[in-house]
Design a protein around this ligand. Structure first.
Ligand code: GLN
Length: 447
C-alpha cells in the first residue's frame, strides 16, 4: 500500500487500526519528498525527524525554530522563536510540520515565479506554473508529498493554485482563522486555509484551526462546528453569475465548468442565474487596497530587528510598495484609497444581494488552466487579470472552495463554490455531494 495516497480521514483511521505506525507514515512521505523535491522545488525546508501526521506549511506562516522566509531573500536567515496559532493547533491534533513550502515572495503573485527561491513546478506538467501564491502547498498535496497543507488566500492564493494543481483548497471567511504568526500581506484580506485531497478533509482541518485565540483581533467565534445540514442538493439554490463567464474565459475551461454545473443540477440543485455587477472593478480596487496595506505592512522589514536590508526585496514587492506609498500619500488618498474602499463595499453588496436568492454561487476559479513558466512573467497586468474570479470574495470577506472538476488537455480545472460570510458548512456540503458523485479528485499526476 502507498501510504502517501491516503486522505487525512483514511490516514487517521489506518493509524487507529494500527495498519502502520506514525514512523512508517513519515518515512513514506520523506522518501516521496526525497525523490520529487529536486524535480518540483516544492519544499524550502524539510524536517527529517517528525512523528505526527505530516503537514506542509506555506513558508509565510511562522514555525518555531524552523526557518521561515516568506519566499524572500530579506528573511533568508529568520528563525522564528514561536509558532503561529494555526501551527500550535495542528500540533495539538497530532500533526507535525514535515516541511515549509515555496511561494511567491510575501504571497504576491499568481504563478510562484516571484519566489526568491525559484519557481515550483506543476506536478501535472513540469513546464507549467503551479499557480500562486501558495504554489508549494498546492503542489505538495497534488504530488502526495504531505497529507495536507496550509496556505494563505489574500486574492485567490489558495483557490487558484488548488485549481491549477487539481486539489481541494478552502478560503475561509474573514475572521474564521487566526492569522497570528502569518506574515501579513494585506491585513484586511488575508486568510489562512487548507489544501487537501478531499473536501471532507478540508472540513476537518477547518475544525482544527478555526476559532478565536485572542491574538488576532479580527478573528472571532468558536471553532467551526460541522453541521452537514443537508445530504443532497434538493432545495439548494445554486447561483451562476453571468459576469464569471464573459470575455477572457478559456472555452475549454468554460465547457468543463458548465458540465460541473449540469452535474450539480442532476444531483438535485436548482440553478439560478445571478448578477454580480461590480465584478469588473474588483481587480482595480484590489490593486489599490492591497498595495496600500503592503506599503504599511512591509515597512517593518528595515533590517534592524530581523532579516536583511530593503535592497533584498524582489521586483514585485518593490512595485507594490511604491504603488501603495503613492495611493496613501496626501493628495491622492481620497482619489485612490477611499474610492477603492467604496468600490469594495459595492462588491460586498453584490454578494449580499445575490445570497438573498441563492445558497451558493458557482463558477470557474481561474479563467485558464496552468500556463507555461515564463509566459506572463514580464506582463504584470496579464498576471493580475488571471485573478478576476477569486479577488471579489476576498474584498467581500466571504468563503470559497476550489475542487477538482475536470481537465483541459491534461491539466486540471477547479470549480469554485462561494458561500455567504460564515457559510463554510454550506459550501463544504455542496462540495462533498459533488465529490462523492464524481471521480475527478481521484486523478493523480504521473510523476
Ligand atoms: N495573485 C494575487 C496577488 O498577487 C493574490 C495573492 C494572494 O492571495 N496572496 O496579490
Amino acid at each position: 500500500m502507498d501510504l502517501t495516497k491516503l486522505s487525512l480521514k483514511q490516514t487517521i483511521k489506518a493509524l487507529e487500526d494500527k495498519q502502520f505506525s506514525k514512523q512508517e507514515l513519515n518515512r513514506a512521505y520523506l522518501s516521496k519528498i526525497d525523490t520529487l523535491n529536486s524535480k518540483l522545488n516544492v519544499f524550502l525546508e524539510v524536517e527529517k525527524n517528525t512523528l505526527g501526521i505530516p503537514a506542509a506549511i506555506k513558508d509565510i506562516i511562522i514555525t518555531q525554530n524552523i526557518k521561515t522566509t516568506a519566499g524572500s531573500k530579506i528573511l533568508s536567515n529568520f528563525l522564528p522563536p514561536y509558532n503561529a496559532t494555526v501551527i500550535g493547533r495542528l500540533l495539538e491534533k497530532g500533526c507535525s510540520v514535515i516541511g515549509k513550502t515555496n511561494h511567491d515572495e510575501f504571497a504576491m503573485g499568481s504563478s510562484g515565479e516571484n519566489s526568491a527561491y525559484g519557481v515550483t513546478k506543476n506536478p501535472w506538467n513540469l513546464k507549467k506554473v503551479p499557480g500562486g501564491s501558495s504554489s508549494g502547498s498546492a503542489a505538495a498535496v497534488a504530488a502526495d508529498m504531505c497529507v495536507f497543507s496550509l496556505g494563505t488566500d489574500t486574492g485567490g492564493s489558495i483557490r487558484q493554485p488548488a485549481s491549477l494543481c487539481g486539489v481541494v483548497g478552502l478560503k475561509t471567511s474573514y475572521g474564521r482563522v487566526s492569522r497570528y504568526g502569518a506574515i501579513a500581506l494585506s491585513s484586511s484580506l488575508d486568510q489562512i486555509g487548507p489544501f487537501t485531497k478531499t473536501v471532507e478533509d478540508a472540513r476537518t482541518i477547518l475544525e482544527w484551526i478555526s476559532g478565536e485565540d485572542g491574538l488576532d483581533a479580527n478573528c472571532h467565534g468558536k471553532p467551526f462546528q460541522p453541521q452537514k445540514s443537508f445530504k443532497n442538493l434538493s432545495g439548494i439554490k445554486i447561483g451562476v453569475p453571468k459576469e464569471y463567464f464573459g470575455k477572457g474565459l478559456d472555452k475549454g475551461v468554460e465547457k468543463v465548468i458548465r458540465e460541473a454545473i449540469k452535474k450539480l443540477e442532476e444531483l438535485g440543485g436548482e440553478i439560478v442565474e445571478v448578477s454580480l455587477p461590480h465584478t469588473e472593478y474588483a481587480i482595480a480596487a484590489y490593486y489599490i487596497i492591497l498595495p496600500s496595506e503592503v506599503s504599511s505592512n512591509l515597512a517593518k522589514f528595515d533590517g534592524i530587528r530581523f532579516g536583511f536590508d530593503r535592497s533584498k526585496f524582489g521586483a514585485e514587492a518593490k512595485r507594490r510598495i511604491m504603488l501603495g506609498t503613492f495611493t496613501l500619500s496626501a493628495g491622492y488618498f481620497d482619489d485612490y484609497f477611499i474610492k477603492a474602499a467604496k468600490v469594495r463595499t459595492l462588491i460586498k453588496q453584490d454578494f449580499e444581494k445575490a445570497f438573498e436568492k441563492v445558497d451558493v454561487i458557482v463558477g470557474p476559479v481561474s479563467p485558464t488552466v496552468a500556463w507555461d513558466i515564463g509566459e506572463k512573467f514580464d506582463d504584470p497586468l496579464a498576471m493580475y487579470l488571471s485573478d478576476a474570479y477569486t479577488i471579489p470574495a476576498n474584498l467581500a470577506g466571504i468563503c470559497g472552495l476550489s475542487l477538482p472538476c475536470g481537465f483541459v488537455e491534461g491539466l486540471p480545472v477547479g470549480l469554485q463554490i462561494l458561500g455567504k460570510y460564515w457559510g463554510e458548512d454550506t459550501i463544504l456540503s455542496v462540495g462533498e455531494i459533488y465529490e462523492q458523485a464524481t471521480d475527478w479528485h481521484k486523478e493523480k499526476p504521473k510523476l
